[in-house]
Unconditional design. Structure first.
Ligand SMILES: NC(=O)c1ccc[n+]([C@@H]2O[C@H](COP(=O)([O-])OP(=O)(O)OC[C@H]3O[C@@H](n4cnc5c(N)ncnc54)[C@H](OP(=O)(O)O)[C@@H]3O)[C@@H](O)[C@H]2O)c1
Length: 354
């Protein structure tokens, strides 16, 4: 096996992505080396490139999401074999970044792919799903979740039957997974916001009502939701987390309800993990299953993931394939970071790098 691989490198803080080479890492105990066939772009990759967010040392390799084949097993790995098709999430260190041809993954948080799922589709899953799942079912804490019982825990499937929920940003990657998980949890109605052109995509994930946020701006959302359901809304997942969406979400939330935000909580919604007015709580999720505080949760999610994907209960995001291998991820990251992508995940093939 070759000792070197192609990688999209960040050489210093603020420097643009540069195509280069670096050593193929060796898996430690409990890890596997994955040959990456498909890598997907997330907004965080833009923050990593532009501002050095989460970078421990340069040269750095960005990229959180990937799917590929297991190439080398580390010591003590039992659940996987060489050649298994898997998806996995990175954590912020160069040997695990997915904008390269080979990366390390923790074996218990690498899920085998059902035959029906392509590498491209599978690569859209890890970060978006982790952020939705940790936000709804993760434990309460400063960077925690709403602590609901997950559908893969005993008694969790359908537990919140016929309670209404709101997902702000249903066509976003995170929003798509939040809707699907809330459906598995039994929530109904599931109300969401998106552009009118994406109504079908959001409904296909499980939303029962989709409100166009262009014609119904967020200050008008509480009235629009009240026109759909008169029941109290115990869970709002705000995948967009702008100032005005958080304000609307907080107003819609029932007493003792939970709001999940993906960006910094606004002053209007209280402090994460603490009870605010009427016992309402906001959770500021950290959507990484490999963060030490989240690994036990991540193991549970990944143990259930292959089955959920095989049954179709969880579906991947829509894929937009980028031509040109690793180099294409530079422009792709800029488009995602500048919010120019609607209702799709950008995916590239690292092995097709010239
Ligand atoms: N805290 C964490 O750990 C964590 C993890 C992952 C993501 N995030 C953050 O969560 C956010 C979502 O991430 P993502 O990967 O899901 O993003 P994404 O898929 O790139 O988001 C694109 C989507 O955002 C939608 N959108 C934009 N403005 C909107 C608005 N005002 N109302 C409703 N929808 C709107 C667009 O919908 P239309 O095209 O339909 O208009 C578009 O489909 C980002 O800010 C990201 O940085 C945080």
């Amino acid at each position: 096996m070759a000792a070197q691989q192609k990688a999209l490198l960040l050489l210093s803080k603020g420097a643009p992505f540069t195509l280069g080479t670096r050593a193929i890492p060796k898996p430690g105990p409990g890890q596997v080396l994955v040959k990456i066939e498909s890598a997907a772009v997330n907004p965080v990759d833009y923050y990593v490139e532009q501002a050095g967010f989460f970078v421990d040392a340069y040269p750095f390799v960005a990229g959180s999401d990937a799917a590929g084949t297991v190439d080398v097993l580390g010591e003590g790995v039992t659940g996987l074999q060489k050649g298994d098709r898997v998806l996995f999430q990175s954590v912020f260190t160069a040997d695990r970044g997915t904008f390269q041809q080979y990366a390390l993954a923790d074996a218990t948080r690498a899920a085998k792919l059902p035959k029906s799922l392509s590498f491209d589709e599978a690569s859209t899953v890890p970060l978006g799903l982790a952020t939705a799942a940790l936000g709804i079912y993760g434990p309460i804490g400063p960077r925690g979740g709403a602590a609901l019982t997950s559908p893969w825990a005993p008694g969790g499937l359908g537990k919140y039957k016929d309670q209404p929920a709101l997902v702000v940003g249903g066509s976003s990657s995170v929003g798509q997974f939040a809707i699907q998980l809330l459906k598995l949890s039994g929530f109904n109605s599931i109300i969401s916001t998106a552009s009118a052109k994406n109504v079908d995509y959001v409904k296909a994930a499980g939303a029962t009502h989709v409100i166009d946020y262009h014609t119904t701006p967020y200050p008008s959302l509480p009235a629009a939701v009240a026109g759909i359901t008169s029941l109290p809304v115990p869970l709002v997942y705000d995948a967009i987390s702008s100032e005005d969406s958080q304000k609307a979400a907080w107003a819609i939330l029932a007493p003792r309800g939970n709001l999940v935000v993906t960006l910094q909580p606004s002053a209007a919604v209280g402090k994460p993990g603490e009870e605010g007015e009427d016992g309402k709580r906001v959770a500021h999720v950290f959507g990484n299953v490999n963060a030490p505080v989240n690994t036990a949760f991540g193991d549970g999610l990944y143990a259930a993931l292959t089955g959920l994907l095989e049954s179709g209960e969880l579906k991947p995001n829509k894929v937009e394939l980028l031509a040109g291998g690793l180099a294409s991820l530079a422009k792709g990251t800029e488009r995602v970071g500048k919010r120019e992508v609607s209702a799709a995940k950008l995916v590239a093939h690292p092995q097709e790098t010239a």
